[in-house]
Design a protein around this ligand. Structure first.
Ligand SMILES: Nc1nc2c(ncn2[C@@H]2O[C@H](COP(=O)(O)OP(=O)(O)OP(=O)(O)O)[C@@H](O)[C@H]2O)c(=O)[nH]1
Ligand SMILES: [Zn+2]
Length: 194
């Protein structure tokens, strides 16, 4: 569990920093259009980094005993995250599959909630992928987990190398899905199904 109090967002500090950035790039933070910008950005950062105060594992405490021992896949979960190197967005879809053990399943929406939590942090795509997989493994103790994330990174499109349309795909397998090629291929087929 993450200690929420120690992670309180310091809105005043963000406001001051944003005003300094505006000044540093040659803007006038005192001009009418920019007057409320530091406040807006502070509020926005509190929102897009709210996942720092949450633990995705908490969602998986909602479990049902269904006797279902076969694959569960929730695919095409949209997300928006922030690249920790450049603080610009990267966004795409996450696909989460697991094979329950002893029929223990979690609520479908909890998988999407976990994606939200993990995405709302300064992030790397690889870390989003592995954090989701490990959180599920540690809480539900399923036979296996497979997580795939596909995303477009604004730091590669609007700046730098400027390659719009380039997609990054990351995948993580845990448990039996590390070795069971047939089951993993089956999941990938379902993910690719329109
Ligand atoms: N592995 C990984 N790299 C990322 C991710 N998001 C951004 N990056 C990369 O992080 C790298 C940072 O490279 P640096 O050379 O330190 O920074 P830079 O000079 O701004 O790099 P360029 O983007 O090449 O201009 C870049 O190659 C980005 O494409 C991510 O989620 N995963
Ligand atoms: Zn970046």
């Amino acid at each position: 569990m993450i200690d929420i109090d120690s992670k309180k967002v310091d809105l005043d500090k963000i406001e001051k920093a944003v005003a300094m950035i505006l000044e540093a790039v040659g803007e006038d933070p005192g001009r009418e259009g920019l007057l409320d910008t530091p406040k807006r950005v502070a509020k926005m950062y509190a929102e897009i980094f709210s996942g720092l105060k949450e633990d995705p594992k908490d969602y998986f405490s909602t479990v049902f005993h269904e006797g279902h021992e076969e694959m569960v896949l929730v695919k095409d979960i949209p997300f928006y995250s922030t690249c920790e190197h450049h603080l610009v967005p990267f966004f795409g879809k996450a696909h989460i599959a697991y094979i329950p053990r002893d029929g223990v399943v979690t609520g479908l929406s909890k998988l999407a909630r976990a994606v939200e939590t993990v995405a709302k942090r300064p992030q790397l795509q690889e870390r989003i992928t592995s954090t989701l997989a490990d959180s599920l493994m540690e809480t539900l103790n399923p036979h296996g987990v497979f997580v795939m994330v596909e995303a477009e990174h604004m730091c590669m499109t609007m700046r730098g190398i400027k390659k719009p349309g380039a997609k990054t795909i990351t995948a993580v397998s845990r448990g039996v899905l590390e070795t069971d090629d047939i089951k993993r291929s089956e999941i990938i087929t379902y993910i690719n199904m329109k």
